[in-house]
Design a protein. Structure first.
Length: 167
């Protein structure tokens, strides 16, 4: 014979082991429900009583609809998707090309390409409200413009100085 302590903190019993097995099957008693054997002063979880361990294993866990702990694995919905605009690849390319446009020999090509892709990415983000990438596009436009046009200006000045020096 056993007594159990219900979720409402009420004692139920004494009841026979078969009744507790039925309650486990009905999910009225779960593994963490406290139980006290007749003649014992200690309460312990039902899962600690070997007599009920097999019954608890056979009972499948309940299906919970709309589990709030479920996290989507879609990269566009999680935190990383809010930072990196996966749905706007032109803005993303503009960002990286703009960053690498500081490289002196490639700066003109990378910078101008970053500006073009940044403008296209910005237009795409403005047309599609669910698409992110405004900041990436602007960074690509700004860095690409600064380094690309800056290196182009330096190249023109150096070429002009070289032509003047050859006269």
């Amino acid at each position: 014979m056993y007594k159990i302590l219900g979720a409402d903190q009420q004692e139920y019993g004494p009841v026979v082991a078969e009744q507790i097995c039925r309650w486990i099957a009905e999910r009225r008693v779960i593994a963490t429900t406290l139980i006290q054997a007749e003649g014992s002063a200690e309460w312990c979880p039902v899962s600690a009583v070997p007599e009920f361990a097999e019954v608890l294993r056979r009972v499948s866990p309940p299906v919970i609809a709309g589990n709030p702990s479920y996290r989507s694995t879609d990269a566009t919905e999680d935190t990383l998707g809010k930072v990196i605009p996966f749905k706007n690849p032109k803005a993303l390319w503009a960002y990286y090309l703009g960053i690498f446009s500081f490289i002196p020999g490639l700066g003109i090509l990378l910078g101008l390409t970053a500006m073009v892709l940044g403008i296209q990415g910005l237009l795409f983000a403005n047309k599609n409200p669910g698409v992110r990438g405004h900041v990436h596009a602007w960074v690509g436009i700004a860095l690409g413009g600064f380094f690309g046009l800056g290196y182009l200006a330096v190249l023109i000045v150096l070429m002009g100085a070289g032509l003047l020096a050859n006269r």
